[in-house]
Design a protein around this ligand. Structure first.
Ligand code: BYC
Length: 474
């Protein structure tokens, strides 16, 4: 198949034929300077004039879409890229299964689709805002470059959703695109839409946890939206998923390298108390894991949700890997086991499958999260250390869904407020932990050097050596 190359001679690089749609082009060209203002105000602090070794999309097929070169972040070619259309694509689930997919938004789904796209789009600038200060405390040039790669791509994901709003939702869509640049992560008056995107990412341990756990929610939500009967949404999400993979790689390997360093120091000094030696102790890593995992679980919505059922029946949002599910793809009579709170007990009860789609996606996500934890545990085991990191129970520290009403310990016991008050400092980071982690955040910007609390990666980016100048100093 011919490659869908991206035209970089245009002001907004794209593979959607923007030049042929003057009105849309003009609207997006008006939004562009406001995006750049937002980037300057809320994007990475400092480094905006530095050359960063970044990848840029040059085509949207699975092979060789990326081009690596030095770029100053504000000059990054943010653009609009949709995956290639699938010929004769049909709606794969819900009441209209088997019908051709929609090139335009059906009138009756306008409101809900807009809401889904706005909710998704809002997370992208939010994460850039959350990570704004991290450049100042980078553990190495390699990690600094990875942070900026994640940031520019989240900026591009915002472009992806803003394109859909402008191209398919008329004036409402343009207003939503504006509002996306107005809300601010953590702002009391104008917060971002979903809870996890109003939390702080004040240090690199949090950053790696965020890219492992929260970006992975992105993977599952985007994969469900990639099933959508609204074809432009499906195609844009398919391409976003290829970028998302790198973000999760950053999280998984970042945490693996922290665990590795901790284990090396534990062995070298024969002690669990590695804080004195500038490493992050395993109990602190576990607490950060507990926090980021639990706030990311909230992002899947309630266990039982009629919204989710309606999205599915209407053909707007499918299951993860919908085509691989061996059933009728309508789910009228099917049931699904849901773990939820009943009084003060945790029970698993069969519910109508249609209303449990949020939970089912959460289950897929949990299994995926466990794989990384297993890998980190192998690093610990190989070091001869008898400790395991664990995902806490799904009911632990939840703010959305049935568990929001209860206090649940990491091992899944429903406990009273008194026990929670007495013990939550064992389970979640407290101020002293945050202060300690913050104290380790000493910037290292010498080529090939790494800060005390993280091991170097086994290899560099795009075949470059580890001591490559990933961010130029001058
Ligand atoms: N915080 O019926 P329910 C990413 C609201 S991350 C606050 O269970 P539904 C990324 C909900 O809106 C992926 N409010 O919800 C990662 C509803 O409100 P209404 C982002 C919440 O609709 C890293 C009410 O509670 N993708 O890409 O079934 C870096 C009832 O809830 C929350 C998407 O969001 C919450 N956590 O499911 C960068 C995909 N949860 O209707 C990027 C699009 C629920 O009562 N969004 N509520 O006013 C969706 O699919 C759905 O909106 C949700 C919620 C799954 C999020």
């Amino acid at each position: 198949m011919a490659r869908e190359r991206v035209d970089y001679s245009e002001r907004i690089p794209n593979n959607v034929g923007l030049a042929e749609n003057r009105r849309l082009l003009r609207a997006l060209e008006e939004w562009q300077p406001r995006f750049l203002d937002w980037w300057q105000e809320m994007g990475p602090l400092g480094f905006q004039t530095k050359d960063v070794y970044l990848r840029t999309a040059i085509s949207v097929d699975s092979q060789g879409w990326a081009h690596f070169d030095y770029v100053k972040m504000p000059e990054y070619r943010w653009g609009i890229f949709l995956a290639e259309p699938e010929p004769d694509r049909r709606i794969a689930f819900g009441a209209q299964r088997g019908q051709p997919v929609w090139p335009e938004v059906p009138g009756e789904y306008r409101g809900v689709l807009r809401r889904l796209i706005v909710t998704q789009g809002d997370t992208e600038p939010a994460s850039v805002e959350q990570q704004r200060h991290l450049g100042r405390t980078c553990p190495s040039l390699y990690d600094l470059r990875n942070l900026f790669q994640v940031n520019v791509e989240e900026g591009r994901h915002l472009w992806a959703m803003v394109y859909l709003l402008h191209a398919h939702f008329g004036r409402d869509g343009r207003e939503e695109a504006e509002a996306m640049l107005q809300r601010r992560s953590g702002d009391q008056d104008r917060p971002r839409i979903l809870g996890a995107f109003n939390e702080k990412t004040p240090d690199w341990l949090s950053f790696f946890m965020f890219t492992y756990f929260t970006d992975r929610d992105g993977k599952y939500q985007l994969a469900s939206l990639a099933e959508s009967g609204f074809d432009p949404l499906s195609r844009t999400c398919r391409f976003m998923l290829t970028e998302e993979a790198h973000h999760m790689f950053v999280g998984e390997t970042g945490l693996g390298r922290i665990v590795q360093r901790t284990c090396e120091v534990m062995r070298e000094h024969g002690t669990d108390d590695v804080r004195r030696f500038g490493a992050i102790d395993l109990p602190t890593i576990q607490k950060y894991l507990n926090f980021h995992y639990s706030v990311s679980l909230d992002l899947f919505g309630s266990e039982v949700s009629t919204n989710a059922a309606n999205f599915y029946t209407s053909g707007l949002k499918g299951r993860f890997e919908e085509a691989k599910q061996n059933d009728d793809h309508a789910l009228h009579d099917a049931r699904y086991g849901v773990t939820q709170l009943e009084g003060d007990r945790v029970v698993t009860r069969d519910e109508p499958a249609l209303t449990t789609l949020n939970e089912r996606l959460r289950d897929d996500y949990i299994a995926d999260c466990q794989r990384g934890v297993d890998r980190w545990n192998r690093i610990i085991k190989q070091a001869g250390i008898d400790v395991e990191l664990r995902l806490p129970h799904r009911g632990f520290h939840r703010a959305i869904g049935s568990f929001a009403e209860a206090r649940v310990s990491p091992d899944g016991r429903v406990i009273g407020q008194a026990e929670w008050d007495g013990r939550h400092h064992e389970w979640l980071p407290v101020e002293a932990d945050e202060r300690f982690v913050q104290s380790l955040m000493q910037p290292v910007t010498e080529r090939g050097k790494f800060v005390s609390w993280i091991a170097p990666p086994p290899r560099g980016i795009n075949g470059q050596p580890i001591d490559f100048e990933y961010v130029r100093q001058v």
